[in-house]
Design a protein around this ligand. Structure first.
Ligand code: UFG
Length: 343
């Protein structure tokens, strides 16, 4: 069976994708330097799937070690590249670290892939490349204009997309699928893997579940004076398992040789926008657990409203994010309970 190399495979989206790949029969080698994940994630994956992925504790910037991986696994037919630093605020404080990590790892990977004749790559990008789309581009499809990034993190996603286009132009053998994620949430239904935020969570859902678990006194809702029906920001929250499945579809499409362009781009979202207050309300309704919250001022750099037009992914990849949001919120809560040993 074909082997897929998954960089960042012990991370949040990476680990869920490894599960889906292995359940479809792929062999998987994970490369991860564990800078923002735990080696224990491998136990969770193994418990779900019934076999263990191969694992190498390597920094993707390390050419020699990456080469050793491609030598050791000559059956690698494709790569999914998740490994990246991803905290927007931290990227503003440490831009050079973000440029070095996120650009260097992709460049190294593409160099090694070329050397070992591996020509299929799926790249984790983000809806952040669209910034705040104007009203004519909401919901956002793949033709919406790319706007200047608001953070070094966002800029690394844009530059990495350009690097992929340029390398594909230079090497006609290379095929790439760029997946622009909206806001992934939730955890595997087994509650054996999920999101493991480092310190105080920046993202909404881990903050909600930690507040529900009593770790945080209250959620701060950043702004209720936006131009939205209830005044809070709107996002397209997509179930991480649905998102993981899109990667399997993207890999299958490339291995089957069906892409119509050398670089294909897909927006991965549900097509439905939910406000922060709607998420809190749905969470409380779905779990029966209260989430105290307070409205505070806006968070710098936040986008008012963005949600996807996922039509291209639906039609071309034959994929749809259709897990009901309340089920997703329950999965996030079950994972938090698992982490905290709450019955
Ligand atoms: N929010 C709160 N309180 C919190 C945390 C978040 O009200 O404690 C709100 C935010 O203001 C925003 C929404 O919840 O309106 C979602 O915030 P997240 O931080 O979860 O997600 P973002 O949409 O801001 O950021 C995500 C990814 C980034 C990526 C960005 C754009 O985390 O990596 O989408 O693609 F850059």
């Amino acid at each position: 069976m074909a082997r897929i190399l998954v960089t960042g495979g012990t991370g949040y989206i990476g680990s869920h994708t490894v599960v889906e790949l292995m359940q479809q029969g792929y062999d998987v080698t994970i490369v991860d330097n564990l800078s923002n994940s735990s080696v224990d994630v491998l136990d969770g994956i193994s418990a779900i799937v019934g076999r263990r992925p191969e694992f190498a504790n390597i920094d993707c910037n390390d050419y020699v070690s990456m080469e050793a991986v491609f030598k050791q696994y000559p059956d690698i037919v494709g790569v999914i590249h998740f490994a990246a630093s991803k905290a927007v605020g931290e990227s503003v404080e440490k831009p050079l670290m973000y440029y070095r990590n996120n650009l260097g790892s992709l460049i190294t990977l593409l160099e090694v892939m070329r050397r070992y004749h591996v020509y299929n790559i799926v790249f984790s990008s983000s809806c952040t490349v669209y910034g705040q789309p104007d009203k004519d581009h909401l919901p956002v499809d793949e033709t919406a204009p790319i706007q200047k990034a608001l953070s070094p993190y966002g800029n690394t996603k844009q530059i990495n997309e350009d690097i992929i286009y340029d390398e594909a132009h230079a090497d006609s053998s290379l095929h790439a699928t760029i997946l622009r994620y909206f806001n992934p949430i939730g955890a595997h239904p087994s509650a054996l893997i999920g999101e493991l935020p480092n310190g105080v969570p920046n993202n909404l859902l881990p903050f909600v579940t930690q507040t529900a678990a009593g770790l945080r006194a209250e959620l701060k809702v950043f702004g209720d004076d936006y131009n939205t029906p209830d005044g809070s920001c709107i996002r397209d929250y997509i179930y991480v398992v649905d998102l993981a499945k899109a990667h399997v579809k993207a890999v299958e499409r490339m291995l089957a040789g069906t892409p119509t362009e050398q670089v294909e781009v897909f927006n991965l979202g549900t097509g439905r926008g939910l406000s922060v207050l709607e998420i809190v309300r749905d969470f409380v309704e779905a779990t029966g657990v209260n989430v105290p919250y307070q409205i505070v001022g806006r968070r710098e750099g936040d986008i008012e409203k963005v949600w996807a037009n996922p039509k291209k992914a639906n039609e071309v990849l034959g994929w749809k994010a259709d897990t009901p949001v309340k089920d997703v919120l329950v999965s996030a809560w079950n994972w938090e309970k698992h982490l905290r040993n709450i019955q």
